[in-house]
Design a protein around this ligand. Sequence first.
Ligand SMILES: [Zn+2]
Ligand SMILES: [Zn+2]
Length: 308
Amino acid sequence: MSGEGFDRETALSLLADENRVRIIEELGDATVSPDTGIPSVPYAELKSRVGIRDSGRFNYHLTKLLGNYVAKGEAGYRLRWPGMVLYRALVAGLLTGETDHDIGPVPVGVDCYRCGEPVEGDLYETLFRVRCSACDANYADIYVPTRGLVGKAPEAMLETVHRRSRTVLDAMTSGQCPWCADEVALEVRAGDGSLPSLHDTRDLDAYAVYRCTNCTGFHYLPVSQVLLYHPAAIAFYHAHGRDLTAVPKWELEWAVTDRTTEMLSTDPWRFRVRVPLDGAALVAELDHHLEVVESRTEPAEGAPHSRG
Ligand SMILES: [Zn+2]
Ligand SMILES: [Zn+2]
């Protein structure tokens, strides 16, 4: 193996050739079996898969990739991590936009908490949004590779969006960027009548902004929404025989509005959030880091001390 990675300019310039991209794709396709780990592809097989007859030309391109994208071992060639990242980006459609997809608005089965009209899911450029087209309240706004959406029935598509949203926001609210793994900074801001997205008319008294300190990763949410990822709320649902992690956030008024959030103080920030479920409630207090500093449950009326 020659060297351990290239500088950025070299790494990018090497990709300006269809033959090299083909080599990476073929090596990636050869790694899809989870049974074998990452297999090496023998030289002759790789050459045949890529379809370059001229050995000199094939060797030239293959050698260029060695060290950063491709590793050479006794049994043949395999992708190194940057090669794997590129392969995954290619097959997910991250680099190409895939403009030919046909993803229309889908009903999500909830009425807008702001105006009562039906809420829809739709794809806006690369963002999947769950929103009210009547009043522009926006309940989810998440980048989903179109590969995860095309050809799916509405319910399956919404399940994908829900899982994607959890993956991204679970990471961000825990302080790690899901895109680059650098630190995420939290800022609680007072709502002044407008939100960072022009496509969101929700009127929130305060909201949380999570921002990656390195790349452009950015999300804002009602402060109550951090509880979606907190063990206090997950355990509360579990005690009622429910899986909070399986519920799309747009079905949870307490998570996408601030109707059940009480602002206790602004300096430092402190909030009390009420999470209602089956007549019972979890009441959690959040500090300025949006950490749960206190929590208690209120049993359902008529069932004192019962946990469901
Ligand atoms: Zn609405
Ligand atoms: Zn980042």
